[in-house]
Write a protein of this length. Structure first.
Length: 145
């Protein structure tokens, strides 16, 4: 299956914009393929305003977020791979979402055979049993101001 991250990103962008808020993304600027003005990066991260009024030619596709924006009065082309987007949120309220990591096989050319311990539909396994055996992870959402 393809990654679910770009779909979540686009859906949350639309939700934030439809509610008259300003969408911002938190980016891991150390990931390969990230092109942002170096002076905007702090502690390996950068927050980008991706509101229509702040950027030109915004493209949110399955591979990347691309746009042109002014930083200190100078226009820059910005490219952020979807894998480098850590969160999207509304500046005014802080509401949004930390994007989950891609889990499992996302490359259709890879072997789609599940590991031996993975339940397969029709094996008589109960979904509740599978959820109980899954490792518990702590919350990954952090407040960004």
């Amino acid at each position: 299956m393809t990654s679910h991250r770009p779909y979540l990103l686009r859906a949350l962008y639309e939700w934030i914009a439809d509610n008259g808020m300003t969408p911002h993304i938190l980016v891991d600027a150390q990931q390969p393929g990230v092109r942002v003005p170096p002076h905007t990066v702090k502690d390996g991260r950068v927050v980008l305003n991706i509101a229509d009024r702040a950027v030109a030619r915004l493209e949110l596709d399955n591979e990347s977020v691309r746009f042109s924006a002014r930083f200190g009065g100078v226009s820059h082309a910005v490219v952020v791979p979807v894998s480098a987007v850590m969160a999207i949120y509304a500046r005014e309220t802080g509401q949004g979402m930390a994007l989950p990591e891609d889990i499992g096989n996302t490359d259709p050319d890879d072997d789609p055979t599940p590991p031996d311990d993975t339940p397969v539909d029709g094996d008589g396994g109960d979904a509740a049993d599978a959820a109980e055996s899954a490792p518990k992870r702590g919350a990954h959402l952090r407040v960004v101001k």
